[in-house]
Design a binder for this molecule. Structure first.
Ligand SMILES: Nc1ncnc2c1ncn2[C@@H]1O[C@H](COP(=O)(O)OP(=O)(O)O)[C@@H](O)[C@H]1O
Ligand SMILES: CC(=O)N[C@@H](CCC(=O)OP(=O)(O)O)C(=O)O
Length: 308
C-alpha cells in the first residue's frame, strides 16, 4: 500500500467512525425528548464499584442524564465493602435469604461504610465528572422509615415454622420524598445510602435493591435500573430474556429459573412496577455505558420488567 492509499483509507475509517458516533447521538434525540423531566432511579451495586474506570464511566453517564434533563437518583450498595471491613475487624457475618444478619455492633459498621466512605466516594466521582451530587442516607430528611424484617422458616423434620431474627435488618415501609424533590429542584443529584431509621430511633440496614425499589415507587419514577454482575435475567440455558411481564417474572421465580440474589432483585422490580413505576430493568453494570444503551437505544440492554 502506498502512503497516499494508506492515508485515504485511514481517513475513510475515521469518517465511518465519526458517522457512527453522530448517528448514535441523533438516534438518542427522541429518547431525550421522551424522558426529559422524568425521574430515573439507578441502583449501583457494591460489586460494580471495584473497577475504577467503570466507576468513572458510571458517574459520567449519571451526569449526562442530568445534562439532558432527566432526573437521576442513585441508590448505592456496598455489600462486598461491608464484608471486607467486618473481616478486618474480625466480626463474623452470615446471610439469610440474601440479607445480612445485622446485630448492634454490625449495624454501626454497616452505617459507617455505606453512609460514610462509599456514599462520599460516589458523590466525589459524580462531582469529578462535572455533576453536583449530594450524599444522604435514609435518615436524612426522614427519607426512609423502616421496620424490622421478619422471616420465618419451616423446619422440614418437625414441620414447625420458626421465626428467624435478622437483627437490625429493615424493610422500608415509608419513604418521604420531600427532601429528594427539593434536592432535584436545586439541580443536584441525590446519592442515597440504604440505611433507614426505626420508630424507636433504631438504625436499620436495608438491602440496596429493596431501598432503590422503595425510593423509585415513592418518587413515581419512570424507570428503576438495577445494575448487577450478569447480563440480566437468564433462561435455564443462560440466554438473556430481553423483556418480561410481571406474571412472566413471577413464573420464573416459581419454576426455579431465577434463584439466589436474582429472586429479591426480580421481586423488587415487580413491586416497583405494581406501585406505579413504568418499568424496571435488570442490567449488567460491568458493561461500559450500560445505562446509556438501556435508555437511549431502541433495543435497550438487560431485562425489562413491565406491564406488557
Ligand atoms: N435466572 C437468573 N438469571 C441471572 N442471574 C441469576 C439467575 N438466577 C440466579 N442468578 C444469580 O443472581 C446473581 C445476581 O444477584 P446478586 O449476586 O445478589 O447481585 P448484586 O450483588 O449485583 O446485588 C447473578 O450473579 C447470578 O449468579
Ligand atoms: C440487609 C442487607 O443485606 N444489607 C446489605 C446492604 C448493602 C447492599 O445491599 O449492597 P449490594 O447491593 O452491593 O449487595 C448488606 O449488609 O450487605
Amino acid at each position: 500500500m502506498t502512503a497516499a492509499t494508506a492515508a485515504s483509507s485511514s481517513l475513510a475509517a475515521s469518517r465511518e467512525d465519526w458517522l457512527g458516533k453522530a448517528t448514535t447521538l441523533s438516534e438518542a434525540l427522541p429518547y431525550m425528548r421522551r424522558y426529559a423531566g422524568q425521574t430515573f432511579v439507578v441502583k449501583y451495586g457494591g460489586h460494580a464499584m471495584g473497577d475504577e474506570r467503570l466507576g468513572e464511566m458510571f458517574a459520567r453517564d449519571i451526569v449526562l442524564l442530568k445534562q439532558v434533563g432527566i432526573n437521576p437518583i442513585v441508590v448505592h450498595g456496598g455489600g462486598p465493602q461491608i464484608g471486607q471491613m467486618l473481616d478486618r475487624l474480625k466480626i463474623k457475618s452470615e446471610f439469610i435469604d440474601g440479607l445480612r444478619v445485622t446485630d448492634k455492633e454490625t449495624v454501626e459498621i454497616v452505617e459507617m461504610v455505606l453512609s460514610g466512605s462509599i456514599n462520599k466516594q460516589l458523590v466525589q466521582l459524580i462531582n469529578d465528572q462535572g455533576g453536583q451530587a449530594i450524599g444522604m442516607s435514609g435518615k436524612d430528611g426522614n427519607l426512609i422509615e423502616a421496620r424490622k424484617v421478619m422471616r420465618t422458616k419451616r423446619d422440614p423434620d418437625s414441620n414447625i415454622e420458626r421465626v428467624l431474627d435478622l437483627g437490625f435488618v429493615g424493610d422500608p415501609f415509608n419513604v418521604n420524598p420531600g427532601m429528594i424533590r427539593r434536592i432535584q429542584d436545586a439541580g443536584l443529584i441525590p446519592v442515597i445510602a440504604p440505611i433507614g431509621f426505626g420508630p424507636h430511633g433504631e438504625t436499620f440496614n436495608i438491602n440496596a435493591d429493596t431501598a432503590a425499589g422503595a425510593v423509585a415507587a415513592a418518587v413515581n419514577a419512570k424507570r428503576l435500573l438495577l445494575l448487577t454482575d450478569v447480563a440480566g435475567v437468564l433462561t435455564k440455558d443462560k440466554t438473556l430474556i430481553p423483556e418480561l411481564s410481571v406474571d412472566q417474572a413471577k413464573a420464573l421465580i416459581a419454576d426455579g429459573t431465577a434463584s439466589g440474589g436474582m429472586i429479591p432483585k426480580i421481586e423488587t422490580c415487580i413491586q416497583a412496577v405494581e406501585k406505579g413505576v413504568d418499568a424496571s430493568v435488570i442490567l449488567d453494570g460491568r458493561v461500559p455505558h450500560a445505562i446509556l444503551m438501556e435508555i437511549f437505544t431502541e433495543g435497550g440492554a438487560g431485562t425489562l420488567i413491565g406491564h406488557k
